[in-house]
Write a new protein. Structure first.
Length: 144
């Protein structure tokens, strides 16, 4: 949502069916911060109805979807029929890559926060750590 909003787009946000209270709180935070009403819009409901309507609506020009491979295939196939731009996050394992020129004093807490900062309860929580061989043991020892 951030990239779309920063670029001046209006956003229709359809959260997972089990998370509308969290999504509602997020919308309220944006509005309290001064985002005008109607720029970020929340719709809730089952994917079979609400999600389908979003994918098929001709006014929506781009979609970002996070979910399983089979659902993503369906979203992509339907959205591509309308020549929509589609970005999919398909059950990835969210790697964090730390190169040898990284600031180790920032990389270690950043790694820990990425993996555990929200108790792992977000789709982007770090679940793999890829380290350059020159700093591998230094980082590993600090994480132990």
């Amino acid at each position: 949502m951030g990239a779309a909003l920063i670029s001046g787009n209006t956003v229709v946000f359809k959260p997972a069916t089990l998370t509308p209270p969290c999504a509602t709180a997020l919308i309220e935070i944006f509005e309290e911060a001064g985002l005008p009403r109607g720029v970020l819009n929340l719709v809730a409901g089952p994917a079979e109805e609400v999600g389908k309507a979003i994918v098929e609506d001709h006014r929506i020009k781009a979609l970002s979807f996070t979910g399983g491979v089979s659902a993503s295939r369906e979203v992509y196939a339907k959205a591509s029929q309308g020549l929509k731009r589609v970005a999919l996050e398909l059950e990835s394992k969210n790697p964090l890559i730390v190169m040898d020129d990284a600031n180790i004093e920032l990389a270690v807490p950043g790694t820990l926060f990425g993996a555990f900062g929200t108790a792992g309860q977000r789709c982007t929580a770090t679940s793999r750590l890829i380290l350059h061989k020159r700093i591998y043991y230094e980082i590993l020892l600090k994480l132990l």
